[in-house]
Design a protein around this ligand. Structure first.
Ligand SMILES: Cc1cc2nc3c(=O)[nH]c(=O)nc-3n(C[C@H](O)[C@H](O)[C@H](O)COP(=O)(O)OP(=O)(O)OC[C@H]3O[C@@H](n4cnc5c(N)ncnc54)[C@H](O)[C@@H]3O)c2cc1C
Length: 441
């Protein structure tokens, strides 16, 4: 019996689209199925009354993103990624300390004592590989365990604010090696950039070249001999190969019969939730940093305040301001199911402490909730990761940042390209039949 499709990619986030793009370039017939009504996943952007609202990812770097830059060059978009050129800061003792992730931070302090800065240099010596985080000298030590021998500022004013603010991690639950691998790879904030016209730039460009069906939530994937059956709402089709480019917990839920050896990592690969609110403002508040990380000792509910109009002036229309407030890992689970006005109330009230006058300037707001925000990289998941990746490659393959437990978009792109390379080693369908059975009109 023929297959309806040669390769089906489930999920039009950047990992799935990168995989589909590579396969289409290699001449494979690919269809992408996406549950949402838009592409981009955790790199999606919404455009509302002149505001360009990055719902998930915020920036990339000139360093540590080789697969992303290769894609950008191929799509002739490498000129559409301007440097942010502004500093990051940490809130300590009632004021902003500039220099987080900046070479100057070692001199100015970036919120840390001299001793903690020296400790940072010592602690981060050695090789950390974002693609193979388990291979470092730290093994599966958590962020808290990694920082324990050093001055407490290293944990409280660097590691914790960064892992919680950027990844939604609790330092006592997540492994340090993926964090240090990523930190080393992406380099200082002087190298950080953002996309013109929204972080979904690449996703939109790829989707325009591919066969993508949106508003198609896949309910079940069942592997058979030489094909897999995909069930959506009232639709069933057969694919010779499937790339599950969804977060690991979703893959675990929809994939009915994963091989026994894949299950332990899929089960261990939990995600942290992320909740963000975008506040549209009637003016652009002053700030010496475009991103302010707030340590847990300074706020129970807010972990980041980001000035979108300083990240890129076109994120807000002329004279208006756009500010993102990210909930702390303690607060995020409770806000996942809370009504929008409650989320806005909690986060905007607290952010007022860091941006005086914020509440009065708000003219509108948008709430974004990610139940599966970022791979949590627990010690158990890290211990199982290499074994999982070395054995994938059957009828059903995987892509996503979680495959290398690296909480950034480059890992998603890289995993998509690797999945495509594996799929290419499998036979393609010479005849693709058109027996898609649909109960829709
Ligand atoms: C708040 C936040 C901030 C971030 N900041 C940065 C940053 O600044 N820089 C950076 O590099 N990275 C950042 N990241 C990480 C980055 O966004 C991700 O690593 C990357 O987007 C993951 O891409 P993906 O394709 O693996 O997964 P996703 O983007 O999650 O894509 C999965 C897709 O599958 C779809 N899907 C789910 N279930 C189904 C189903 N049953 N059927 C069909 N489709 C389904 C989803 O709708 C989604 O579109 C951030 C993430 C978050 C949440």
């Amino acid at each position: 019996m023929g297959a309806d499709v040669d390769v089906a990619v489930i999920g039009a986030g950047i990992a799935g689209l990168a995989a589909a793009h590579e396969l289409a370039r290699a001449g494979r017939q690919v269809r992408v199925f996406e549950a949402a009504d838009h592409v981009g996943g955790r790199m999606a952007t919404r455009r509302i009354s002149g505001f360009v609202v990055d719902t998930g990812a915020e920036q990339i770097s000139t360093r540590g993103y080789p697969h992303t830059w290769e894609l950008l060059r191929r799509l002739e978009l490498d000129d559409a990624v301007p440097r942010i050129g502004r500093q990051l800061g940490v809130w300590r003792g009632g004021r902003v300390r500039r220099g987080l992730a900046h070479p100057l931070g070692l001199i100015t302090g970036a919120g840390m004592s001299v001793r903690a800065r020296a400790d940072f240099m010592r602690a981060t010596r050695g090789r950390f590989d974002a693609a193979h985080p388990e291979a470092s000298r730290l093994g599966t030590a958590t962020v808290t365990e990694f920082a324990a021998p050093y001055h407490r500022d290293l944990l409280e004013y660097l590691c914790q604010p960064v892992v919680s603010g950027f990844f939604g991690w609790r330092p006592e639950h997540s492994a340090a090696a993926p964090f240090l691998g990523l930190l080393g790879a992406i380099g200082p904030s002087t190298a950080w950039r953002t996309y013109d016209d929204g972080m979904d730039l690449v996703a939109r460009a790829l989707a325009a070249r591919l066969d993508v069906t949106t508003s198609f939530p896949v309910r079940e994937v069942m592997a058979g001999p030489g094909f897999a059956r995909i069930t959506g709402d009232g639709t069933e089709l057969r694919a010779r190969s499937v790339v599950l480019a969804v977060p690991a917990p979703v893959a675990r839920q929809v994939y009915a019969n994963p091989p026994e050896h894949e299950r332990p990592f899929l089960d261990a690969c939990t995600f942290t939730p992320m909740v963000k609110v975008h506040l549209m403002l009637d003016h652009r508040p002053e700030s010496r940093v475009y991103l302010l990380a707030v340590p847990r000792s300074e706020s129970p509910s807010v972990s980041v305040v980001l000035f979108d109009h300083l990240k890129h002036p076109d994120r807000a229309p002329g004279g208006r301001g756009l500010v993102t407030v990210i909930a702390s890992p303690v607060m995020a689970p409770a806000l996942l199911d809370a009504p929008d006005d409650q989320v806005v109330g909690v986060l905007a009230d607290e952010a007022e402490r860091f941006v005086p006058g914020l509440r009065a300037a708000v003219t509108g707001s948008v709430v974004h909730r990610f139940r599966h925000g970022l791979p949590e990289a627990t010690p158990r998941a890290l211990a199982l990761r290499a074994g999982f990746e070395s054995r994938i490659g059957g009828v059903v393959d995987y892509a996503g940042d979680w495959v290398s437990l690296a909480p950034y978009s480059e890992a998603a792109v890289r995993s998509g390209r690797r999945a495509a390379a594996r799929v290419r080693t499998r036979p393609s369908s010479t005849t693709v039949s058109s027996n898609t059975r649909s109960q829709h009109a």
